[in-house]
Design a protein around this ligand. Structure first.
Ligand code: ATP
Length: 306
């Protein structure tokens, strides 16, 4: 798929999600969250920086939150294109989507799970990301966040704003605002944070409905993914009779009615063999998939300090 084709698919998927009429409180709240994020992108962000000329980049690490933001961003890019095309003197059929890639940055600080690494590579292709990483650029991992962003800005000096999939429930997230300049000791750019108001349940509802590929780690008890040395499956998702009744699946409708669904399977990718062995070494426990957990307070219970 070209960038135009995937952007159109994301637009159609998002429109279809917004048209769902249901009694589910989670879906209705998520529809509100989607509308707010889209309005913010179209009215506050795209009017300030052009999405077409490299002023806006995307901070992408394959995690569920930035994937949701990416789907929404692509849907807005398509809408932006349609609005511009309608203003043009030429008929829509003669209009070409004006971009081929989306500038994005992956900060490869820590040793990551091979499953996540493959997912980043696969989705970079699917979403036509032109993904900068220290490893790809210099052959070594980044030394720290701030230096990595500094290097990225040197390589892409036209960047003014970087989209980040942080949520208010993340550590220190409650002090953030949707658009803010970086601190004075950081490389200079605007942090654009359009999903601050999203809760964990909103993320799963939208992602499961989207039918987009989901990183295999989430299918195996992970709810938030950091480096290999600091992340384990979420202990609250240990597979047990007790947990099965304590954690009922809240997203059966989204799974059954997923966008352009072609099979009964959830579109979650297989976990890498190396990660399977690593999980076996951790212990005999089996885990429910990440989407069985919707409590924001314990979303990061698998992110451990060493
Ligand atoms: P999860 O919590 O499930 O791992 P996530 O990685 O999307 O999902 P966070 O870990 O809370 O969410 O990170 C918040 C956001 O910060 C991400 O959505 C992404 O935009 C940005 N980010 C975090 N780590 C990196 C990284 N290593 N490289 C690029 N961007 C990153």
């Amino acid at each position: 798929m070209s960038l135009g084709e995937i952007a159109e698919r994301c637009y159609n998927m998002t429109t279809s999600y917004l048209e769902v009429s249901t009694n589910s409180i989670i879906i209705r709240e998520t529809q509100d969250a989607v509308r707010l994020t889209r309005r913010h992108l179209l009215e506050d962000v795209f009017t300030r920086w052009s999405p077409l000329n490299g002023e806006i980049s995307f901070s992408y690490n394959g995690g569920k939150d930035c994937q949701v933001l990416l789907l929404l961003y692509l849907s807005c890019l398509w809408e932006f294109f349609i609005i511009q095309a309608e203003r043009s003197q030429y008929d829509f059929k003669y209009q070409k989507f004006p971009m081929e890639n989306l500038f994005s940055v992956y900060i490869d600080l820590a040793e990551t799970f091979p499953t996540l690494e493959s997912f980043v590579n696969m989705t970079s292709e699917r979403y036509q990301l032109s993904l900068y990483s220290s490893m790809r650029e210099h052959g070594t991992k980044a030394s720290n966040m701030s230096c990595a962003f500094g290097d990225f800005l040197k390589r892409y000096p036209e960047t003014q704003a970087i989209l980040i999939g942080v949520r208010a429930t993340d550590p220190f997230g409650d002090t953030l605002t949707p658009i803010q300049k970086t601190d004075s000791n950081w490389p200079d750019f605007y942090r654009v944070q359009p999903i601050l108001h999203w809760k964990l349940a909103n993320i799963w509802s939208f992602l499961l409905y989207s039918n987009e590929p989901i990183c295999g780690l989430y299918g195996n008890g992970f709810t938030s993914i950091g480096g290999i040395d600091t992340t384990i499956p979420n202990p609250y998702l240990t597979e047990s009779k007790d947990n099965r009744s304590k954690l009922p699946l809240k997203f059966q409708w989204e799974i059954d009615n997923a966008f352009k669904k072609e099979s009964d399977e959830i579109n979650v990718l297989a976990i890498d063999r190396e990660d399977q062995l690593w999980l076996k070494k951790l212990g005999p426990e089996e885990y429910l998939p990440g989407w069985y957990l919707i409590d924001d307070e314990i979303e990061r219970a698998g992110r451990i300090k060493k």
